[in-house]
Design a protein around this ligand. Structure first.
Ligand code: ZN
Length: 226
């Protein structure tokens, strides 16, 4: 498959400000360009980042960066929560789920998108956010896509940059999307505290080129492969 599902309302659930841009940016802007109303729930303010390229309080800076980036991506609404960055996996799952379900009730998504259950970059917060998203999609009986990278890209990044990416083999990837990264790059530019020169982000975007890769993690009866 090479096309996104025809969802009118999309809910992205992520852990950190910048995940919506660095990770999902090209896919979310493609949804927005297709006319979908795209919403983002972000569990933390990213205050624990080791990157701090702009002076100031990271929690405040990154909240502002997220709102600016969302505008570039065509996201209609952001719900930013304040769970501890780096500590999502230690929060009672039911507490995270209650907040996610409440937001889903408001935005009535036709489908969800999140990082792959592996967390993609190896960050445990990503895995925790995706676990919540998976439960929301099951409980609301809507489809869910997981963003991943080809395992060849993960291997290249890990060997070149010492990162801990997890990818998937081509046979396990359901949708390979040709993307225009214009809006994503504008959104990345809204995160100056994190988009530092030489970071693995840039090499990943080079390696991915014009393509993003998605897997069906849950699908509603009428969509996606059976
Ligand atoms: Zn993240």
């Amino acid at each position: 498959m090479s096309a996104l599902p025809e969802w009118g309302s999309v809910l992205a659930i992520v852990a950190h400000p910048d995940d919506e841009s660095f990770g999902l940016g090209a896919v979310l802007s493609a949804f927005a360009d297709s006319g979908a109303r795209v919403h983002v729930l972000c569990f933390t303010r990213g205050e624990a980042s080791t990157l701090h390229a702009v002076t100031g309080d990271l929690a405040t800076l990154r909240a502002d960066e997220l709102r600016s980036a969302a505008a570039q991506l065509g996201i209609v609404d952001v719900r930013l929560l304040a769970f501890p960055d780096g500590g999502l996996a230690g929060i009672d799952h039911g507490v995270l789920l209650a907040d996610a379900l409440a937001y889903a009730e408001e935005v009535e998504p036709d489908g969800l998108i999140a990082f792959d259950p592996s967390g993609v970059t190896g960050h445990p917060d990503h895995r925790a956010a995706t676990a919540v998203a998976a439960q929301v999609s099951t409980m609301r009986a809507v489809g869910m896509l997981g963003w991943t990278v080809p395992d060849s890209v993960a291997r290249a990044l890990n060997s070149e940059c010492g990162s801990s990416f997890s990818g998937h083999a081509p046979g396990d990837i359901d949708i390979t999307l040709t993307v225009d990264r214009t809006h994503q790059r504008a959104a990345v530019d809204c995160h100056p505290s994190q988009a530092v020169p030489g970071s693995v982000l840039w090499r990943r975007l080079d390696l991915l080129g014009q393509h993003e890769h998605l897997r069906w993690l849950h699908h509603a009866r009428e969509e996606g492969p059976s």
